[in-house]
Design a protein around this ligand. Structure first.
Ligand SMILES: Nc1nc2c(ncn2[C@@H]2O[C@H](COP(=O)(O)OP(=O)(O)OP(=O)(O)O)[C@@H](O)[C@H]2O)c(=O)[nH]1
Length: 193
């Protein structure tokens, strides 16, 4: 099968262990909840071609392990990323408190201009919430992040998170504000299946 696209963006999914990164990726790629998700070892990969503002964009998505012992492996995948989903679990303040460290890694190891969307995942578990929408949106504003609450279980806002990030990158490219040559390519890719 030949697959053509206008742009290829490398995306990262980062955040603490158990926040739901693998489930978000699975929901976006397969359109269903990954029932038996176990800890990611190192990194996993998925891709999907989407339409964004009339352009075909291939998203190449790297789902990284959140566990500290894999940090040196996952850091080596940051280079060349145009966008990232920075994930925490709304029912776990610990995962929220770790956001600053993940953000520093993304901006130093990928690019200071990387487009990041903060995702407060497990929105379906309202009764167990430990992090309010308001405080997370303030954090997002202070750190120039977009922000959505998502549920990999119900699928709420999952597609939106990836598309919003892609749309922002595309806008930046088209307005000349995204100049890193390494992070996007206008290309006709050949994909063999
Ligand atoms: N209720 C609910 N559970 C979720 C959601 N997303 C993930 N989970 C559960 O949270 C646990 C961790 O999900 P994973 O996707 O494996 O987490 P991860 O961030 O990839 O974890 P690491 O690979 O260790 O970094 C699993 O038991 C999932 O079933 C969600 O949106 N809602």
């Amino acid at each position: 099968m030949t697959e053509t696209y206008d742009f290829l963006f490398k995306f990262l999914v980062i955040g603490s262990a158990g926040s739901g990164k693998s489930c978000l990726l699975h929901q976006f790629i397969e359109n269903k909840f990954k029932q038996d998700s176990s800890h990611t070892i190192g990194v996993e990969f998925g891709s999907r071609v989407v339409m964004v503002a009339g352009k075909t964009v291939k998203l190449q998505i790297w789902d990284t392990a959140g566990q500290e012992r894999f940090r040196s492996v996952t850091r080596s995948y940051y280079r060349g990323a145009a966008g990232a989903l920075l994930v925490y679990d709304i029912t776990s303040r610990e995962t929220y408190n770790a956001l600053t460290n993940w953000l520093t890694d993304a901006r130093t190891l990928a690019s200071p201009n990387i487009v990041i969307i903060l995702c407060g995942n497990k929105k379906d578990l309202e009764a167990d919430r430990e992090v309010t929408f308001l405080e997370a949106s303030r954090f997002a504003q202070e750190n120039e992040l977009m922000f959505l609450e998502t549920s990999a279980l119900t699928g709420e806002n999952v597609e939106e998170a990836f598309l919003k990030c892609a749309r922002t990158i595309l806008n930046k490219i088209e307005s000349g504000n995204f100049t890193e040559q390494c992070v996007y390519y206008r290309c006709a890719g050949i994909h063999m299946t």
